[in-house]
Design a protein around this ligand. Structure first.
Ligand code: NAP
Length: 357
């Protein structure tokens, strides 16, 4: 390494932190002015059309209610159509005049084309595309006995956002619309037992941050980043329901700590209507990013410490307990699982349990 880089390695981190500390009040002032301006000129969603993927539960469902209160026309997408019926009724009661439900799998490009085209045929426009379809997991990477679930996790968490975006973009350009993405703090905060989910979410964030530059404000992008919120994802997928993916055995009952999803959904929709690039909940999590850059060992030691605490139960997505064994899910000729079909992970016995409470 040449001497120049060696000096900068030593000098730049503390210098940058000092400069940032001095710039902080000015940056806060600018951000506050921007926030006040965008709050005053907030987008009116009445007569606007919003497509929400993953609307059959959790954050997607609550986001639908928030848009409904703003009188938006809604297109609710998920695979479990039965759940969408009840949610669409609630949306109507809350203020939406038009609610369309479409059963579709976001991993399939054709399905994505179908729900976007159907929206255009019926309502003639798309103003917001909200991507919340997702699938979580909690197991140590080497405990997974079946590698064919790996691409399924990547498919739903990454391609399941990219396909709807690709198909809807030409229409979003016409309305100078907005894409809302549900990322996660695991984008950059490495949490044990969530390696594939974190990898997909990192890819997702980098994809949309790059796309933001390519679209140059012609279509807005709001990336929502949050920690743990009590939803189906954190409680484990519903079992034995049409279209449910994971069949976590006991995790539905796991008590989950964290913010309220209603509050977070309200923040996301308000942020999207104000045209914000990022919505964070809670925003203090950002500080972990500094640790990741400047003191990664601190994060590493923290997780080592938490993992060494035998006997602590997890309150994250899963518990590491063996998952329910069910009849083999459908596979194609090469023996790989067919995407979109119910999946069961079989795991080796858990090593230990983890708790964040
Ligand atoms: N909950 C948390 O603590 C937390 C934390 C960080 C980030 N997040 C993120 O927030 C978003 C929403 O999470 P959530 O907690 O609300 O999850 P959730 O309750 O499990 O909901 C996931 C939704 O995705 C849908 N979905 C899954 N696979 C699909 C597919 N192939 N095609 C169409 N729809 C599909 C599900 O509906 P169907 O099964 O009916 O298709 C369901 O409506 C996700 O992006 C998640 O990563 C959540």
């Amino acid at each position: 390494m040449d001497i120049f880089d060696s000096v900068l390695n030593f000098v730049m981190p503390p210098l940058s932190l000092v400069m940032l500390a001095f710039a902080w009040p000015t940056l806060t002032f600018i951000n506050t002015c921007e926030w006040l301006y965008s709050t005053y000129f907030c987008e009116d969603m009445e007569h606007k059309v919003v497509i929400i993927t993953g609307a059959s539960s959790g954050i997607g469902e609550q986001i639908a209610y928030e848009y409904a209160k703003r009188k938006a026309t809604l297109v609710l997408v998920a695979r479990r159509e039965t759940r969408l019926h009840g949610i669409s009724e609630n949306c109507r009661l809350l203020g939406s005049r038009n609610v369309l439900i479409i059963a579709a799998d976001v991993v399939k490009e054709d399905d994505c084309r179908r729900f976007v085209n159907e929206t255009i045929n019926i309502y003639g426009r798309v103003d917001h595309l909200v991507n919340t379809a997702s699938l979580g997991h909690t197991f140590y990477f080497e405990e997974a006995a079946d590698t064919s679930v790996f691409p399924i996790l990547m498919d739903i968490n990454f391609w399941g956002n990219v396909y709807p975006t690709y198909v809807a973009l030409p229409y979003l350009r016409q309305t100078q619309g907005r894409i809302v993405v549900n990322a996660s703090v695991e984008n950059w905060l490495p949490l044990p037992k969530m390696s594939l989910y974190s990898a997909a979410k990192s890819a997702l964030t980098n994809f949309y941050e790059t796309l933001r530059f390519e679209l140059r404000d012609e279509v807005g992008i709001t990336v929502a980043t949050h920690g743990w919120i009590g939803t189906e994802l954190t409680r484990g997928k519903l079992m034995l329901e049409e279209g449910a993916d994971m069949q976590w055995k006991e995790e539905r009952e796991v008590h989950v700590t964290g913010g309220k999803i209603e509050e977070f959904a309200k923040m996301i929709v308000a942020g999207a209507c104000r045209g914000e690039a990022h919505v964070k909940y809670p925003s203090w999590y950002d500080i972990f990013f500094m640790y990741r850059v400047f003191a990664p060992n601190v994060l590493y030691w923290t997780f080592r410490f938490l993992l060494s605490n035998e006997g602590r139960r997890t309150s994250l997505i899963g518990t590491g307990r063996a998952l329910l064994e069910s009849p083999s899910p459908p596979r194609d000729g090469s023996g790989r699982l067919i995407a979109g079909s119910p999946v069961t992970f079989s795991q080796s016995p858990p090593r230990q349990q983890l708790k964040f409470e």
